[in-house]
Each structure stands twice: as C-alpha cells, then as structure tokens.
Design a protein around this ligand. Structure first.
Ligand SMILES: NC(=O)c1ccc[n+]([C@@H]2O[C@H](COP(=O)([O-])OP(=O)(O)OC[C@H]3O[C@@H](n4cnc5c(N)ncnc54)[C@H](O)[C@@H]3O)[C@@H](O)[C@H]2O)c1
Length: 253
C-alpha cells in the first residue's frame, strides 16, 4: 500500500470526520502532519476526533454542519481558508445509506441521499477549486463498490456513488492541464455504522443481499483511510481520474 507523503504545513478538509472512514482518514492525515478542517453533522463525535487529531500536534477547525445544505459547503471552505490561509486537499467521505424497497422510498429520503452523497461533494469542490489550484492540491471522493454493480434496495445510494465516480472523472478531464488532481476510492463493506443500516431493512430477499457479501471478509477501515490519505498527498502525483477499488474482490465478478 502506498503511503502519504509529509503534509506538514498543508491543510486538508475531511467530511464525515466524526465516525468510520472519515474519522480514520482525519487521524491518518494528522499523523502525516496536516492541519485539518473536519466537518460532520454529529458535533459531539466530531469533537472527539478533533481532540485526538490535536494530540498529534496539528491544528484543527471543526464545523458541525449539515452538508445537505449547499450554503454550508461553501461556508465551510471559506472558514477553512480563513483559518489556515490555504487548502491542499478535500476528502469527500460523508454519506448516508438508507436501504429501502424502491417503491416505498420517501421523496425526503431520496432527496437527502442525493444532497449528502452527490451534491455536497460538488459544492465543496466548487468552493475549493481556486484554493486547490493555488496549492497544487487534490480531491479524493469516496464512492463504493455500489458504484460498479447494481445492488437491491439501495437504488438512491448506488445512483449517487456511480454519479460521484463519473463526476470525479469528468472533473479530471476538465482540469487535465491544471495543477489539481481528482481521484476516487471505492471501498467494499467496512464495519461501520453506515453498513449496519442494512439491518433496518424489512422483508428483504436474502438471496439478493448475499450477492454483496464479501467472500474474503470485510475491508479494514484503516486500509481505505491509508489510500484516501495517499491520494490527498503529493506522493500520488501520477494519479488523476482514477477510481481505486478496495473491496476484497467484491467487484471481481
Ligand atoms: N461502511 C461501508 O461498508 C462502506 C462501503 C462502501 C463505501 N462506503 C463509503 O465510505 C464513506 C464513509 O462511510 P462510513 O462507513 O465511515 O459511514 P459512517 O456512517 O460511519 O460515517 C459517515 C459520517 O458522515 C456523517 N454525515 C452523514 N450525513 C451528514 C450530513 N448531512 N452532514 C454532515 N455529515 C454527515 C455522519 O454523521 C458520519 O459521521 C461513505 O462515503 C460511504 O458511502 C462505506
């Protein structure tokens, strides 16, 4: 596994930093020396991550906001640049996963899934682009193996992850000749609160759910965090428009 280069004196913005992969990525980037702007809707758990990151000696700005609101995304980037005077990396990790029979999904749940998983990364990227260009920085979008295979009961989630993958590639094309990189990481199942959401589903056809069970076991959160952090740093200078699967073979066939 490639390792991130030194981020001392650089700043990374990480969403979903209160839990799971976002938290692990924030701590990995802190270990690499990055100052951090950490965002999550869960203010209490976000402060716990921030305290742990600060104990490594880096500076941390926390923003407990709902990323489903576009204005919050733009304001978050502004606040990060006001505090740190630069922005080198944006890691879009926050997401919601609302398993549901398609015919029963509420418009509110559909809209929320699109807002958090797809629109928020776009708004954050849009606000960050001028600063990332200045810093020769990078965007890392966390998608999912669900971007590459249809999965029952999660049509909205799958659509957002496929959309985020294609958004990553489109931005990589648009900025082919400028000093900014766009990449994506597509994990398979990790043991987090998000994955536990599948247990809320009633009357599911188990034979369909078994199709996404990893034959080689779940993916370790730290393994994915290592890749996200690597792509955020200059060590990944040759990566642009890539979507890297870390899924223990789920998408192999
Ligand atoms: N866990 C898995 O099995 C799995 C598999 C593939 C991809 N992923 C992806 O990995 C990423 C991280 O997922 P995770 O498993 O760590 O999930 P998680 O639920 O542990 O963490 C997601 C974080 O996002 C935050 N969040 C949710 N809605 C928000 C909002 N509106 N505004 C701000 N913050 C919000 C949550 O509070 C939470 O802290 C997601 O993009 C997810 O789609 C996860």
């Amino acid at each position: 596994m490639p390792t991130p280069s030194n981020m001392t004196g650089k700043t990374a913005l990480v969403t979903g930093a209160a839990a799971g992969l976002g938290r692990a990525t924030a701590l990995r980037l802190a270990q690499a020396g990055a100052d951090l702007c950490l965002i999550d809707i869960d203010s209490e758990a976000l402060e716990t991550t921030a305290a742990e990151a600060r104990s490594t000696g880096v500076r941390v700005l926390t923003q407990a906001v709902d990323l489903a609101v576009a204005e919050n995304c733009h304001n978050a980037v502004t606040a990060a640049v006001e505090m740190f005077h630069r922005l080198d990396a944006v890691c879009n990790i926050a997401a919601v996963f609302i398993p549901c029979h398609a015919a029963k999904m509420s418009t509110a749940d559909w809209d929320k899934t699109l807002a958090v998983n797809l629109s928020a990364p776009f708004h954050l990227i849009q606000a960050a682009i001028p600063h990332l260009l200045e810093a020769h920085g990078a965007v890392v979008n966390v998608t999912s193996c669900a971007a590459h295979q249809g999965q029952a009961y999660t049509a909205a989630y799958c659509a957002t992850k496929a959309g985020l993958t294609h958004m990553t590639k489109s931005l990589a094309m648009e900025y082919m000749h400028q000093p900014i990189r766009f990449n994506a990481v597509a994990p398979g199942g990790m043991m987090t609160m998000l994955a536990a959401g599948i247990r809320t589903l009633q009357d599911a056809d188990e034979t369909l759910l078994k199709r996404y069970s990893p034959l080689r076991g779940v993916v370790e959160i730290e393994d994915v965090a290592e890749m996200v952090a690597f792509l955020a740093t200059d060590a990944a200078r040759a990566y642009h428009g890539a979507c890297i699967n870390i899924d223990n073979g789920i998408t192999a066939g």
